[in-house]
Design a protein around this ligand. Structure first.
Ligand SMILES: [Zn+2]
Length: 92
């Protein structure tokens, strides 16, 4: 039962923006990546994730940031994806 709930939560995290490299969260500055990554809770035990590392990926014209997080309680790891785009917030 508990494992089923964790599995459902993992799937939900993947569907949310930032869950996969194909659907990154748009941010205006890399400074917000750490706080956003650690505001997400572990799908298995609901503890907040800790930021382990933070990497830049360049795919053609797109610059992606991958935040690797780890759960302090159970060791579950996942990656959160961000796209740094300074124009998103300046445009409106
Ligand atoms: Zn956990």
């Amino acid at each position: 039962m508990r494992e089923k709930l964790a599995e459902a939560r993992r799937k939900l995290l993947e569907l949310e923006a930032g869950g996969t490299a194909a659907h990154p969260v748009e941010v205006s500055t890399p400074a917000v990546i750490g706080p956003m990554a650690t505001s997400i809770h572990c799908p298995a035990c609901d503890e907040p994730f800790e930021l382990e590392s933070h990497e830049a990926h360049v795919q053609g014209q797109t610059r992606l940031r991958e935040a690797r997080v780890r759960c302090r309680a159970c060791g579950e790891r996942r990656s959160l994806w961000f796209r740094v785009n300074v124009r998103v917030f300046a445009a409106n």
